[in-house]
Design a protein around this ligand. Structure first.
Ligand code: FAD
Ligand code: ZN
Length: 507
């Protein structure tokens, strides 16, 4: 019965989860042991609590069997494992409110969870926090096709929303490799970025309003659909990117741009990173408003995806590859513009060789190369350290050769890929096995360099469980103090997603 239930849960993850063979098939070590964390002084769930949860929800939406609860304790990359004994699946804001009020009064810690695709260990408990998974809060409430505002519950899967709005001539303003599993509430709570941020901006701009529940069960209604509303403080921004530490997001209103009539993708090889930057600069000036993605992959990233995901590279072996996507309104005009741009780059020797695709299947085949890099890295034996950082364009790639030099024979490989269009690079370091000392060495070298270059130690995945101790590399003490004050105000008992985001204060 338990095994059956876990399998049922796993099928929800479609391609992403089922096809990925993880670096280790073994059960991940408990996060608390692996990272040496001390449990905070929260209450422990008793039978009476479980019975109360059953009375608030219903028997079948309170999971307590070990096998049923297990998948909700393990994160996507199978690096973290919590010890929760209870998973709740509320169906309404009122249920979440009642659960949180009860947990707050009882001082039971909780872990809000969406599609569990987060990459910083924030989506799973560390100890026995009660998991509140929003998968059943998946109703689309309204779509205004004129203004493009979509209102839905937080547990809607991004791809489902994408398909829905597409039927009405609109697109979602964000697109992630995890869209088949991640929830819009998870996207909002992580301020997810993704491939198209360069054109459509981040969620602080696209989210029009939201509804959230505070730790004490009070429902905060900021579910506006207005583009302009300067009445008082913009509270929605508090919840965007707060990773479940300030409240549970229950409904989202988001602006959906018009579905572009013309989509093209160019994929090309470049000899040096400096030349990639020059091409980027000229693309912005020649293609301007139609550039919707400018993704960079180094040679090792593409080699890994081809080897591990059984994909084909349509181009020969080059040091760097770029995927440039355009979203526009005139296919002939856009294709001609992009072809002219790429031909000129090739003629002038900045681009070595390239292809352009305008048909959906061909476009997807190129995107597959880029989108499968995260999963490809996990298929190699050993341990994969992944990080996502922001750097000024001129310094974007320099951390990769720097890490290669400083770590040399201690690691198997270091490679970089990501959203050059918005200064966000993902860096993967493959190790033969998990090793805490090695991990801190990599993190310290990398984040010190990021701080020196005025970058961010987390461009899009958040701080989660992995990075609180490094947050000072990106946030000043004065800012951290205000964050602590906000946390105290919103969640005085600290029950919401403990051990995440804010570092422990030294007493
Ligand atoms: P979860 O993983 O379940 O949770 C993430 C965090 O949000 C946790 O701290 C959790 O407590 C909190 N949370 C979730 N739902 C709620 C809620 N309703 N209320 C309050 N807190 C909540 N991220 C990017 O930004 N850009 C990318 O391009 C990208 N590509 C990815 C590709 C792959 C293959 C994978 C596996 C992940 C990728 N990610 C990317 C990371 C991840 O998909 C995003 O962070 C996503 O927004 C997480 O959504 P989720 O529903 O899975 O949230
Ligand atoms: Zn990314």
């Amino acid at each position: 019965m338990s095994l059956h239930a876990s399998l049922r849960f796993l099928t929800k993850y479609k391609v992403l989860i089922c096809n990925v063979r993880y670096a280790s098939q073994a059960m991940p070590q408990l996060s608390s042991e692996k990272y040496n964390v001390k449990r905070k002084d929260f209450a422990k769930v008793q039978n009476s609590d479980v019975n109360h949860f059953k009375s608030l929800l219903s028997e079948d939406r309170v999971l307590t069997e070990d096998g049923d609860v297990l998948p909700f304790n393990i994160d996507w990359i199978k690096n973290c494992r919590g010890q929760s004994k209870v998973v709740l699946k509320p169906k309404s804001t009122a249920e979440i409110s009642a659960v949180l009020k009860y947990c707050n009064d009882r001082k039971l810690a909780v872990c809000p969870q969406g599609g569990n695709t987060g990459l910083v260990g924030g989506s799973v408990p560390v100890f026995d926090e009660v998991v509140i998974n929003l998968m059943l809060m998946n109703k689309i409430i309204n779509l205004d096709c004129i203004s493009g505002s979509l209102v839905c519950e937080a547990g809607c899967i991004l791809e489902t929303l994408e398909n829905h709005v597409k039927e009405h001539g609109l697109i979602m303003p964000l697109d992630l490799g995890s869209k088949g599993s991640c929830h819009i509430g998870g996207n909002v709570s992580t301020n997810a970025g993704g491939q198209r941020l360069v054109k459509y901006g981040n969620l602080h701009g696209s989210v029009l309003g939201l509804e959230a529940v505070k730790a004490n069960g009070i429902i905060v209604d900021c579910l506006k659909t207005l583009k302009k509303d300067n009445t008082g403080y913009h509270l929605k921004h508090l919840f965007i990117g707060s990773e479940g530490t300030l409240g549970v997001v229950t409904k989202v209103a988001i602006h959906c741009p018009v579905l572009p009539k013309a989509i093209n993708v160019a994929y090309f090889g470049v000899n040096t990173f400096d030349e990639v930057l020059q091409v980027f600069k000229r693309a912005k000036s020649s293609l301007g408003e139609i550039v919707s993605a400018f993704e960079m992959m180094d040679n090792y990233s593409i080699k890994t995806v081809i080897k591990n995901m059984n994909l084909t590279n349509p181009l020969p072996d080059y040091p760097f590859y770029v995927l440039l996507e355009t979203h526009g309104s005139d296919i002939e005009h856009d294709t001609e513009k992009l072809t002219r741009f790429l031909s000129k780059e090739i003629d002038e020797g900045q681009v070595l060789n390239g292809i352009i695709a305008s048909e959906t299947a061909k476009i997807q085949a190129i995107w597959n190369l880029r989108e499968n890099i995260p999963a490809a890295g996990l298929r190699d034996a050993g341990y994969l350290f992944t990080s996502d950082i922001s750097l000024p364009a001129a310094n974007y790639y320099q951390i990769v050769p720097m890490l290669r030099e400083r770590l040399s024979s201690k690691v198997k490989s270091v490679y970089g890929f990501g959203h050059l269009g918005d200064g966000n690079i993902h860096i993967n370091v493959a190790l033969s096995e998990f090793n805490e000392e090695m991990l801190s060495l990599i993190e310290n070298i990398m984040y010190e360099e990021v701080a020196k270059l005025n970058g961010s130690i987390s461009a899009e995945h958040g701080v989660g469980f992995y990075k609180p101790k490094y947050i000072h590399y990106s946030q000043d003490d004065s800012a951290l103090q205000v964050m602590r004050e906000l946390k105290q105000l919103m969640d005085p008992n600290g029950i919401l997603n403990p051990y995440k985001v804010l570092p422990e204060t030294k007493n």
